[in-house]
Ligand binder design. Structure first.
Ligand code: PEP
Length: 257
Protein backbone atom coordinates (compact mmCIF):
# COMPACT_ATOMS: atom_id res chain seq x y z
CA UNK A 1 0.00 0.00 0.00
CA UNK A 2 1.37 3.38 -1.04
CA UNK A 3 1.21 5.21 2.28
CA UNK A 4 3.37 2.76 4.24
CA UNK A 5 6.69 4.54 4.42
CA UNK A 6 9.60 2.15 3.86
CA UNK A 7 11.88 1.45 6.81
CA UNK A 8 15.48 0.20 6.80
CA UNK A 9 17.08 -0.76 10.13
CA UNK A 10 20.68 -1.79 10.74
CA UNK A 11 21.23 -4.47 13.39
CA UNK A 12 24.85 -4.10 14.47
CA UNK A 13 24.66 -7.20 16.68
CA UNK A 14 27.82 -7.68 18.81
CA UNK A 15 30.11 -5.83 16.41
CA UNK A 16 32.25 -2.68 16.50
CA UNK A 17 33.85 -0.79 19.37
CA UNK A 18 32.76 2.54 20.84
CA UNK A 19 34.73 4.72 18.46
CA UNK A 20 33.68 2.61 15.47
CA UNK A 21 30.02 2.80 16.49
CA UNK A 22 30.17 6.59 16.78
CA UNK A 23 31.93 6.86 13.43
CA UNK A 24 29.49 4.58 11.62
CA UNK A 25 26.48 6.41 13.09
CA UNK A 26 27.94 9.75 11.99
CA UNK A 27 28.64 8.49 8.47
CA UNK A 28 25.08 7.18 8.10
CA UNK A 29 23.63 10.42 9.51
CA UNK A 30 25.69 12.54 7.12
CA UNK A 31 25.19 10.31 4.08
CA UNK A 32 21.41 10.06 4.18
CA UNK A 33 19.96 11.50 1.00
CA UNK A 34 18.18 14.74 1.97
CA UNK A 35 14.41 14.38 1.99
CA UNK A 36 14.68 10.61 1.59
CA UNK A 37 11.26 8.98 1.56
CA UNK A 38 12.40 6.19 3.83
CA UNK A 39 12.76 5.85 7.59
CA UNK A 40 16.17 4.71 8.81
CA UNK A 41 17.35 3.30 12.14
CA UNK A 42 20.39 1.64 13.67
CA UNK A 43 20.64 -0.73 16.65
CA UNK A 44 24.09 -0.61 18.28
CA UNK A 45 25.19 -2.95 21.10
CA UNK A 46 23.94 -1.84 24.56
CA UNK A 47 27.22 -0.29 25.79
CA UNK A 48 27.38 2.05 22.82
CA UNK A 49 23.80 3.36 22.92
CA UNK A 50 24.88 6.29 25.08
CA UNK A 51 27.74 7.11 22.73
CA UNK A 52 25.69 6.89 19.55
CA UNK A 53 22.65 8.69 20.98
CA UNK A 54 24.15 12.23 20.84
CA UNK A 55 25.55 11.55 17.36
CA UNK A 56 22.04 10.86 16.04
CA UNK A 57 20.14 13.38 18.16
CA UNK A 58 18.07 15.67 15.95
CA UNK A 59 18.93 13.66 12.82
CA UNK A 60 16.71 11.52 10.62
CA UNK A 61 18.36 8.32 11.87
CA UNK A 62 16.52 6.64 14.75
CA UNK A 63 18.32 4.89 17.58
CA UNK A 64 17.17 1.38 18.48
CA UNK A 65 18.25 -1.42 20.80
CA UNK A 66 18.61 -5.13 20.12
CA UNK A 67 16.54 -6.39 23.05
CA UNK A 68 14.89 -5.28 26.30
CA UNK A 69 13.35 -6.88 29.38
CA UNK A 70 9.65 -6.87 30.15
CA UNK A 71 10.01 -5.62 33.73
CA UNK A 72 10.70 -1.93 34.32
CA UNK A 73 13.17 -2.40 37.19
CA UNK A 74 14.25 -5.14 39.53
CA UNK A 75 16.68 -7.93 40.32
CA UNK A 76 17.41 -8.97 36.74
CA UNK A 77 21.20 -9.14 36.51
CA UNK A 78 22.52 -8.37 33.08
CA UNK A 79 19.21 -7.19 31.65
CA UNK A 80 18.12 -3.77 30.44
CA UNK A 81 14.55 -2.46 30.71
CA UNK A 82 12.51 -0.73 28.03
CA UNK A 83 12.30 2.36 30.25
CA UNK A 84 16.12 2.49 30.32
CA UNK A 85 16.22 2.29 26.54
CA UNK A 86 13.85 5.24 26.29
CA UNK A 87 15.97 7.08 28.84
CA UNK A 88 19.10 6.83 26.67
CA UNK A 89 17.31 8.01 23.53
CA UNK A 90 16.05 4.83 21.87
CA UNK A 91 12.84 4.99 19.90
CA UNK A 92 12.73 1.34 18.89
CA UNK A 93 13.76 -2.13 19.99
CA UNK A 94 14.25 -5.45 18.20
CA UNK A 95 12.43 -8.32 19.92
CA UNK A 96 12.56 -12.05 19.23
CA UNK A 97 15.55 -12.08 16.90
CA UNK A 98 16.34 -15.65 15.88
CA UNK A 99 19.76 -15.44 17.54
CA UNK A 100 18.02 -14.69 20.84
CA UNK A 101 15.44 -17.41 20.28
CA UNK A 102 18.19 -19.90 19.43
CA UNK A 103 21.10 -19.00 21.72
CA UNK A 104 19.14 -17.24 24.48
CA UNK A 105 16.41 -19.92 24.47
CA UNK A 106 13.73 -17.22 24.41
CA UNK A 107 10.19 -18.53 24.40
CA UNK A 108 7.19 -17.12 22.57
CA UNK A 109 5.72 -16.19 25.94
CA UNK A 110 8.80 -14.14 26.95
CA UNK A 111 8.84 -12.51 23.55
CA UNK A 112 5.18 -11.57 23.95
CA UNK A 113 5.90 -9.93 27.31
CA UNK A 114 8.76 -7.97 25.80
CA UNK A 115 6.61 -6.81 22.89
CA UNK A 116 3.95 -5.52 25.28
CA UNK A 117 6.53 -3.86 27.54
CA UNK A 118 8.17 -2.11 24.57
CA UNK A 119 4.88 -0.86 23.18
CA UNK A 120 3.78 0.27 26.64
CA UNK A 121 6.92 2.41 26.85
CA UNK A 122 6.10 3.96 23.47
CA UNK A 123 8.91 2.19 21.64
CA UNK A 124 8.63 1.00 18.07
CA UNK A 125 8.87 -2.78 18.45
CA UNK A 126 10.46 -4.75 15.62
CA UNK A 127 9.19 -8.28 16.18
CA UNK A 128 11.27 -10.91 14.34
CA UNK A 129 9.71 -14.12 13.09
CA UNK A 130 10.90 -16.76 10.64
CA UNK A 131 11.45 -20.43 10.02
CA UNK A 132 14.64 -22.49 10.02
CA UNK A 133 15.87 -24.33 6.92
CA UNK A 134 14.58 -27.74 8.10
CA UNK A 135 11.20 -26.17 8.93
CA UNK A 136 10.93 -24.73 5.43
CA UNK A 137 11.95 -28.08 3.92
CA UNK A 138 9.29 -29.78 6.01
CA UNK A 139 6.64 -27.40 4.64
CA UNK A 140 5.75 -25.93 8.04
CA UNK A 141 6.85 -22.32 7.46
CA UNK A 142 3.36 -20.86 7.88
CA UNK A 143 2.63 -22.90 11.00
CA UNK A 144 5.89 -21.74 12.59
CA UNK A 145 5.37 -18.09 11.71
CA UNK A 146 1.75 -18.25 12.90
CA UNK A 147 2.88 -19.73 16.22
CA UNK A 148 5.49 -16.98 16.66
CA UNK A 149 2.98 -14.25 15.78
CA UNK A 150 0.40 -15.68 18.08
CA UNK A 151 2.84 -15.98 21.00
CA UNK A 152 4.01 -12.41 20.56
CA UNK A 153 0.84 -10.60 19.62
CA UNK A 154 -1.96 -12.47 21.38
CA UNK A 155 -3.87 -10.17 23.67
CA UNK A 156 -2.50 -7.08 22.00
CA UNK A 157 -5.72 -5.92 20.37
CA UNK A 158 -6.67 -3.69 23.26
CA UNK A 159 -3.23 -2.14 23.55
CA UNK A 160 -1.64 0.52 21.40
CA UNK A 161 0.07 -1.22 18.50
CA UNK A 162 0.99 1.93 16.62
CA UNK A 163 4.69 1.21 16.98
CA UNK A 164 4.56 -2.40 15.84
CA UNK A 165 6.80 -3.55 12.97
CA UNK A 166 7.22 -7.21 11.99
CA UNK A 167 10.47 -8.49 10.47
CA UNK A 168 10.22 -11.70 8.49
CA UNK A 169 13.66 -13.23 8.81
CA UNK A 170 14.02 -16.78 7.51
CA UNK A 171 16.75 -18.20 9.73
CA UNK A 172 18.38 -19.99 6.78
CA UNK A 173 18.96 -16.61 5.13
CA UNK A 174 20.52 -14.78 8.10
CA UNK A 175 24.23 -14.21 7.68
CA UNK A 176 24.47 -16.98 5.09
CA UNK A 177 24.51 -14.99 1.87
CA UNK A 178 21.35 -16.87 0.79
CA UNK A 179 18.53 -14.40 0.29
CA UNK A 180 14.90 -15.41 -0.10
CA UNK A 181 13.72 -14.67 -3.61
CA UNK A 182 11.38 -11.69 -3.78
CA UNK A 183 8.50 -14.03 -4.65
CA UNK A 184 9.17 -16.35 -1.72
CA UNK A 185 9.56 -13.44 0.70
CA UNK A 186 6.39 -11.80 -0.64
CA UNK A 187 4.47 -15.01 -0.02
CA UNK A 188 5.56 -15.03 3.63
CA UNK A 189 4.89 -11.30 4.06
CA UNK A 190 1.42 -11.69 2.59
CA UNK A 191 0.75 -14.54 4.99
CA UNK A 192 1.85 -12.35 7.92
CA UNK A 193 -0.35 -9.47 6.81
CA UNK A 194 -3.32 -11.80 6.41
CA UNK A 195 -2.70 -13.24 9.88
CA UNK A 196 -2.65 -9.71 11.32
CA UNK A 197 -5.80 -8.86 9.40
CA UNK A 198 -7.58 -11.84 10.94
CA UNK A 199 -6.44 -11.12 14.51
CA UNK A 200 -5.97 -7.37 14.75
CA UNK A 201 -8.20 -5.98 12.01
CA UNK A 202 -7.74 -4.30 8.69
CA UNK A 203 -6.48 -0.92 9.94
CA UNK A 204 -3.58 -2.56 11.73
CA UNK A 205 -2.91 -4.93 8.83
CA UNK A 206 -2.74 -2.08 6.33
CA UNK A 207 -0.60 0.10 8.54
CA UNK A 208 1.92 -2.37 10.00
CA UNK A 209 5.28 -2.40 8.25
CA UNK A 210 6.69 -5.83 7.46
CA UNK A 211 10.45 -5.85 6.88
CA UNK A 212 12.44 -8.58 5.20
CA UNK A 213 15.71 -9.69 6.83
CA UNK A 214 18.28 -12.21 5.65
CA UNK A 215 21.42 -11.34 3.69
CA UNK A 216 20.00 -8.10 2.30
CA UNK A 217 22.54 -6.28 0.13
CA UNK A 218 22.44 -3.26 -2.16
CA UNK A 219 21.96 -5.51 -5.18
CA UNK A 220 18.93 -7.44 -3.88
CA UNK A 221 17.10 -4.71 -1.93
CA UNK A 222 15.32 -3.10 -4.84
CA UNK A 223 13.67 -6.26 -6.16
CA UNK A 224 12.55 -7.14 -2.64
CA UNK A 225 11.18 -3.63 -2.04
CA UNK A 226 9.17 -3.81 -5.26
CA UNK A 227 7.00 -6.51 -3.68
CA UNK A 228 3.71 -5.11 -2.39
CA UNK A 229 3.98 -6.47 1.17
CA UNK A 230 7.70 -5.84 1.72
CA UNK A 231 8.08 -2.48 3.44
CA UNK A 232 11.83 -2.37 3.91
CA UNK A 233 14.56 -4.41 5.57
CA UNK A 234 16.29 -5.39 8.78
CA UNK A 235 19.95 -5.57 7.80
CA UNK A 236 22.73 -7.33 9.70
CA UNK A 237 26.15 -7.74 8.08
CA UNK A 238 25.62 -5.18 5.34
CA UNK A 239 24.74 -2.48 7.88
CA UNK A 240 28.30 -2.32 9.22
CA UNK A 241 29.62 -0.27 6.29
CA UNK A 242 28.00 3.13 5.82
CA UNK A 243 28.29 3.19 2.04
CA UNK A 244 26.64 -0.21 1.52
CA UNK A 245 23.95 0.50 4.10
CA UNK A 246 23.14 3.86 2.52
CA UNK A 247 22.94 2.14 -0.84
CA UNK A 248 20.40 -0.29 0.63
CA UNK A 249 18.41 2.70 1.93
CA UNK A 250 18.41 4.24 -1.57
CA UNK A 251 17.39 0.95 -3.19
CA UNK A 252 14.53 0.51 -0.71
CA UNK A 253 13.24 3.97 -1.64
CA UNK A 254 13.66 3.23 -5.36
CA UNK A 255 11.77 -0.06 -5.04
CA UNK A 256 8.80 1.77 -3.57
CA UNK A 257 9.16 4.77 -5.89
C1 PEP B 1 19.76 -10.08 11.02
O1 PEP B 1 20.48 -10.67 11.79
O2 PEP B 1 18.76 -9.47 11.41
C2 PEP B 1 20.11 -10.13 9.60
C3 PEP B 1 19.18 -9.91 8.74
O3 PEP B 1 21.43 -10.45 9.32
P1 PEP B 1 22.10 -10.49 7.86
O4 PEP B 1 21.62 -9.27 7.10
O5 PEP B 1 23.56 -10.47 8.12
O6 PEP B 1 21.64 -11.75 7.20
Amino acid sequence: MKDRRPLVVGNWKMHLDGAGAERLAGEIRDGLPPGASVDVGVCPPFPYLCRVSPVLKGSAVALGAQDGHWEQQGPFTGWVSMAMLVDVGCSSVIIGHSERRQFGRETDDEIGRKVRAGLDQGLGVILCVGETGPERDAGVTEAIVARQLSGALEGLASRGIRGLVVAYEPVWAIGTGKTATPALAQEAHQFIRQWILGRLGSDVAQQVRILYGGSVKPDNMRALAEMPDIDGALVGGASLQASGFLDIVRQAAAGKG
